[in-house]
Design a protein around this ligand. Structure first.
Ligand SMILES: [Zn+2]
Length: 438
């Protein structure tokens, strides 16, 4: 018996003597985690990492929609946070694109360069490998210069997929051998970029799917929602909007002299003029409708884990009222654009993880459980009085906020939210993020 083995036996004996005084730690079970031994949430600023706002489906950048901002409407959450000492940028990704394409675009939004969707991905889905060119709003992004993500709606899963690519890359893209005239594989798909994201906070994030994506006619609903969101800013989307669908990889970029209406009709596949590009896009498994389905979300949650290098937090919303028969109906104040989908969600009987009853309360688009955390990943329920710091990789799930819908939480409707209320809501998040330790 060597010295090392003896030492092990001695240590084991010591441990067994101590056992009665110190009960063995609870075994790790995935899902909700105990909070008793967690440290208090830090009260003081510990970092100056910039915040990146990541929009959801139907979203747009600051240079689109004629000055009506996705983040704040006629208000301006980015500028407000900047004036309060929290450096903030707004990313702009494909409003109808898949999480993969949006994650890749988010990367190039930040670092700059021509979007490379990956040779294997592009071949599999039948679109161009390369997309738009971005100047990059934070080209020094690295493990030393991290960022915080705040994502709304599909901006929930998009950064999580990007973090997965940054850290682990993609096996198929890594294995691809470029031809003699092809560019080498993008650095993004090679992995090894641990710790580039300090945190990721979701506001009504679609972690587990949005039920309307599983309903029929979701494409038409998206179009109506987009037109309606423009109308909130006094913009007639089909006539005078500056709006980019960011679908050049599918051959769906706006043509010279093409009117906004004709462009929109072509993208939504309502005209034969697109020569099949729109049909290929919508029939693929590489668009927002597919990726927002419950099934696709489950697969993404399996693939894109919550990283043990990143702090996560979530805010979910309920703008529905429970009825005596157990169904839920939209509140009077819910945005009319959301009420039809809200009504459908409120009486769902679909076979859903955690049971359909839990999915009926929603913000008109995203059900409460989907807004809370990716099912199967670790989380804690936030104690708002004795606030604890959730470990990295564990979602800090804030209490459900009542009386806000999926749009009022980004754009004031002056019924449920105002510019002032939204500014304060996002300022509180920015303060929380600045208090996170390394
Ligand atoms: Zn794609």
């Amino acid at each position: 018996m060597n010295k090392f083995t003896l030492l092990l036996i001695f240590a084991a004996l010591l441990f067994s003597c101590d056992k009665e005084d110190n009960p063995a730690p609870q075994p790790y079970i995935p899902g909700e985690q105990p909070t008793a031994n967690l440290p208090a949430y830090p009260a003081h600023r510990q970092n100056n990492y910039p915040i990146v706002l990541v929009h959801g489906m139907c979203g747009w950048g600051r240079d689109e929609m004629n000055g009506f901002y996705y983040w704040g409407g006629k208000g301006d959450i980015q500028t407000y946070l900047n004036t309060q000492g929290y450096t903030t940028y707004t990313a702009s990704m494909g409003p109808l694109s898949s999480n993969w394409d949006r994650a890749v675009e988010l990367y190039y939004n930040i670092v700059g360069g021509v979007v490379d969707y990956g040779a294997v991905h592009a071949m599999r889905h039948g679109h161009n490998r390369y997309g738009e060119s971005y100047p990059g709003f934070y080209p020094k992004w690295s493990a030393a210069n991290k960022v915080h993500f705040i994502g709304h709606s599909m901006g929930g899963p998009t950064p999580r997929l990007l973090i997965e690519l940054l850290e682990n890359g993609d096996e198929q893209e890594k294995a691809y051998i470029p031809g003699p005239h092809e560019a080498p594989t993008s650095d993004l798909f090679k992995g090894g970029k641990n710790n580039w994201a300090a945190s990721h906070t979701t506001v009504s994030g679609v972690h587990d799917g949005a039920l309307p994506a599983d309903f029929v006619d979701f494409r038409d609903n998206i179009k109506k929602m987009l037109i309606g969101m423009g109308a909130m800013g006094g913009i007639v989307l089909e006539e005078n909007a500056i709006y980019n669908f960011d679908l050049g990889q599918w051959g769906l970029q706006r043509q010279e002299n093409e009117s906004p209406k004709a462009y929109m009709e072509r993208v939504f596949g309502k005209t034969a003029a697109d020569e099949g590009s729109a049909a290929r896009f919508w029939q693929s498994q590489d668009n927002c409708v597919y990726d927002l389905s419950v099934k696709a979300s489950q697969m993404q949650n399996y693939w894109a884990k919550s990283s043990r290098n990143v702090y996560y937090a979530s805010y979910s919303f309920n703008d529905m009222t429970e009825q005596s028969d157990g169904t839920w109906t939209p509140s009077d104040n819910m945005n009319p654009l959301l009420k039809p989908d809200g009504a459908g969600i409120g009486k769902t009987t679909l076979d859903l993880p955690l049971g359909y009853n839990k999915w009926r309360p929603c913000d008109g688009l995203v059900s409460v459980p989907s807004g809370q955390y990716p099912i199967g990943h670790d989380y804690i329920l936030t104690d708002t009085i004795h606030r604890k710091l959730a470990p990295k990789g564990v979602w800090d799930v804030h209490p459900v906020i009542q009386g806000q819908d999926h749009i009022s939480i980004i754009t004031p409707d002056n019924k449920q939210s105002t510019t002032n209320w939204l500014n304060k809501f996002y300022l509180k998040i920015a303060k929380d993020l600045s208090c996170l330790p390394n």
